[in-house]
Write a protein that binds this ligand. Sequence first.
Ligand code: NAD
Ligand code: UDX
Length: 466
Amino acid sequence: VNIVKNICCLGAGYVGGPTMAVLASKCPNIKVTVVDIDLNKIAAWNNQNLDKLPVFEPGLDKIISKVRGKNLFFSNDIEKSIKDSELVFISVNTPTKIKGFGAFYASDLKWVESSARQVAKYASGHTIVVEKSTVPVKTAELIKKILKSSNSSNKKKENSFSVLSSPEFLAEGSAINDLINPDRVLIGGDNEESIKKLCAIYENWIPKEKILVTNIWSSELSKLTANAFLAQRISSINSIAAICEKTGAEIKEVSAAIGSDTRIGNKFLLSSPGFGGSCFQKDILNLVYLSRYYGLDHVAKYWENVISLNNWQKERISEVIVDKLFGTITGKKIVLLGFSFKANTNDTRESPSIDIAKNLLENGAKLVINDPRVSNKQIELALNQPSKEIDHNVEGIWYYEEDILEAVKSADAIVILTEWQEYKNLNWELISKSMRKPSWVFDTRGIINRREIDVTPINLWTLGKG
Ligand code: NAD
Ligand code: UDX
């Protein structure tokens, strides 16, 4: 096989950036160019100050500083990058549609389609197009049609294309490690020559036996299925956490007990304020939409319940908070610790913190929000409400506070929503002294050492503990 020497990646987001950084570092002989229609994002990827990269991932800055400008480039020149490449990854966003047919279920494929059109327009010679975005089953067909029609409309060009699916399984916060040591990579397609070329790229650092080759529809469906199964485990454990609270059982003990059954496995059994992130909900909704489309109503309902339990979880936590604070939180100061959807990422997409914050604001709370990686501005966008210094006459307002000891002054409650390391060893004795009494701590991640709180007057509520 001829070896691929030039790769272009469309989309410089949470997937495109880290994935191509690792690929470039493992394949020094391949030139990798990441492009985006968002010029500011490309500028941020090129920022000399590595703290200003658009994506925060542990270890990413080190890799970027090693390969950027050598064989990894971030560029606005989409035309040239596609033209110069034998292989193009599509890593663009595929969010849930918010209007039109399939709204709130189907994935919006307009960015995948525009990517395919760009490739059709600018490619030269034979180009392998690889879907890395998560897409509904049969999307490869759409891409093939667009590429083919461009060929027939442009007689001068002697182009040819093959389309592969190679979905990405990285999780945010551990992306670099996931990319360097994946459990598997998946390649779906039927063009043997192209599959060999993509395999050869992955084989630079991934053992052969971890590279699975399937037909293209299995590959597309496997990505949706993996996320649906993972999310289902969280809804399952969260449903049991609610039973624990009623009965005196403890979710951590139950998780450990069932997780030691090797058939169940011990990962992904942490109860939480609900799963967030840009993938789980979107991909399940997509699966539900597909099921309905194929007339499989029972299947659709089955998966839809995973989301409905997740929504209930966020609602239920908000209700517990109001209930414990004597049934009203109007005008009360509540500190939210954590706004990203999980630790070690600056991503807030679908974060449970958003829904819980909105619920509390609607009930008149005065929120103080802290997160080690999420900025004031990002929270304003997520809540769709500007931050405002505490005004004693106004209810339902929030502001950002970097200093936790400052944030908790005269607060009625603290709610831990993200499992950041920073929140695991707080000085509860000191905090308790500056809170208003009776004071409450709501630990929705089960990360607090109960003994340290027990010696203070604080009341502690822990998710999943009866
Ligand atoms: P993102 O929004 O962070 O990045 C996507 C980027 O693509 C954006 O910067 C956007 O401007 C750019 N883009 C859109 N259309 C373009 C075009 N025609 N040409 C060039 N650039 C274009 O999204 P993400 O989180 O990186 O996700 C990308 C895909 O990967 C999605 O399908 C997602 O489901 C999937 N995925 C995401 C994760 C994750 O953890 N975030 C993990 C696995 C798979
Ligand atoms: C997920 C998949 O794990 C990854 O394979 C896929 O490529 C993209 O979607 P991500 O959303 O980045 O990755 O993070 P993940 O670690 O899966 O966490 C998702 C949500 O589930 C977070 O809100 C997290 O807090 C929550 N979660 C995770 C739990 O509530 N309990 C757990 O045991 C694990």
